[in-house]
Design a protein around this ligand. Structure first.
Ligand SMILES: Cc1cc2nc3c(=O)[nH]c(=O)nc-3n(C[C@H](O)[C@H](O)[C@H](O)COP(=O)(O)OP(=O)(O)OC[C@H]3O[C@@H](n4cnc5c(N)ncnc54)[C@H](O)[C@@H]3O)c2cc1C
Length: 346
């Protein structure tokens, strides 16, 4: 703490923690504001929470026709790369230090250090992991026919699919796969499903529902699950079901890790921010699902708006006389050459 900045320590104007929609859009917008940007992501790729529903169609992002979520991730990542920000992957930012000159040092779980003049926290729900199936040996089938997300419906065409779970996503999958798979069996440990009533009713009509049941054993060779034993939650009575694929949708667990000890004002819904996306610590801003304020919109569109606010505030923190926002893109000189190329391509 408090060592002077050394020559080899590359100092960024803004370091964004988190590569979901908020972080990606902040990286783009900070580039529009001529800031030197770094983005650090805990996982191995950009996209954030969108990776939990890659095959879903997204309709509610302004100006974009219905788009598969994985395609939206690719477009957002492409836009984030416009001004070539520095990217660091597979690093969960854990520690925050501030030096006497006001600059920050972020330390990640790998021990790597990052130097920055401002910080935008865009960590969404924190580092999220799908809840694994708690059955002995389940992990060895993860590269074969045990799935935690559905990337491609066709993979299940004509197959016997068992879905374990009882939330919205499990019910959605059951309904979508009912048209594609040979047979869908839904196993849920409670008699109550946490999903829209009409969807649950449709699922009961079109699939085989075993509730309250749970998966107790997977049977197969070294490579694939061939059968699943399920047991009634109360009586313990069990049955063995032939399967070609098992989809587990037990929700996810998420954690903010050490970030909660940074001394930022926070509550049940995230980090409290001002209308300018300022957290309680000067020089640190927050955007996206992790930011909490009165009219917060926890959608991709809301993440974009937060990102703009956070970047503008970071810029003004560094340069109090800078304009309140970037030059609009339609008249922004920065795009002049690129616009020429785009017009030529038409
Ligand atoms: C089932 C479901 C469906 C949805 N459908 C829609 C929809 O149709 N339309 C819509 O607009 N919105 C939808 N949403 C909401 C949307 O997904 C979120 O609003 C959006 O993902 C928030 O983006 P974010 O960047 O704030 O956070 P996230 O997408 O959660 O990204 C945060 C990123 O930060 C990283 N991170 C966390 N902690 C650290 C750390 N310490 N160090 C480094 N990296 C870290 C994470 O790995 C993650 O990549 C849906 C949400 C759910 C749950």
């Amino acid at each position: 703490m408090n060592e002077p900045v050394k020559a080899e320590e590359e100092l960024f104007d803004v370091t964004i923690i988190g590569g979901g929609p908020a972080g990606m859009y902040a990286a783009f917008y900070a580039g529009m504001r001529d800031m030197k940007v770094k983005l650090i992501e805990g996982k191995g790729e950009l996209g954030g929470f969108l990776h939990t529903y890659p095959e879903k169609m997204i309709w509610d992002v302004g100006g974009i026709p219905p788009i598969r979520c994985e395609a939206l991730i690719a477009q957002l990542a492409g836009q984030a790369a416009t001004f070539a920000p520095a990217l660091a992957f597979n690093q969960r930012v854990d520690e925050l230090q501030q030096r006497d000159d006001g600059t920050f040092v972020l330390v990640s779980d790998t021990g790597e250090r990052h130097w920055s003049r401002t910080i935008i926290i865009a960590v969404g729900r924190g580092i999220t992991e799908m809840q694994r199936l708690e059955v002995e040996g389940a992990d060895r089938y993860e590269l074969a026919n045990l799935y935690y997300t559905v990337q491609e419906l066709n993979v299940f065409r004509g197959r016997n699919v068992l879905i374990s779970g009882g939330g919205n996503s499990a019910v959605d999958w059951a309904l979508e796969l009912a048209d594609v798979a040979a047979q869908v069996t839904v196993v849920h440990r409670s008699g109550q499903f946490r999903a829209l009533e009409r969807n649950v009713a449709a699922m009961r009509e079109r699939t085989k529902v075993l509730a309250p049941y749970r998966v107790v054993q997977l049977h197969g060779g070294e490579e694939e699950i061939r059968q699943v034993t399920v047991a009634h939650m109360e009586s313990g009575a069990s049955e063995r079901i032939d399967v070609d694929a098992v989809i587990v949708n037990h929700g996810y667990k998420s954690s903010y890790g050490s970030l909660v000890h940074w001394g930022l004002d926070a509550g049940e819904y995230g980090l409290y921010v001002s209308e300018r996306a300022e957290t309680s610590l000067p020089g640190i801003f927050a955007a996206g699902d992790c930011a909490a304020y009165g009219s917060k919109v926890r959608l991709i569109a809301g993440a974009f708006a937060d990102a703009v606010l956070a970047v503008n505030s970071a810029k003004r923190y560094l340069e109090p006389d800078a304009p309140g926002m970037a030059e609009v893109s339609s008249h922004n000189e920065r795009f002049k050459e690129r616009n020429k190329q785009l017009h030529r391509k038409r």
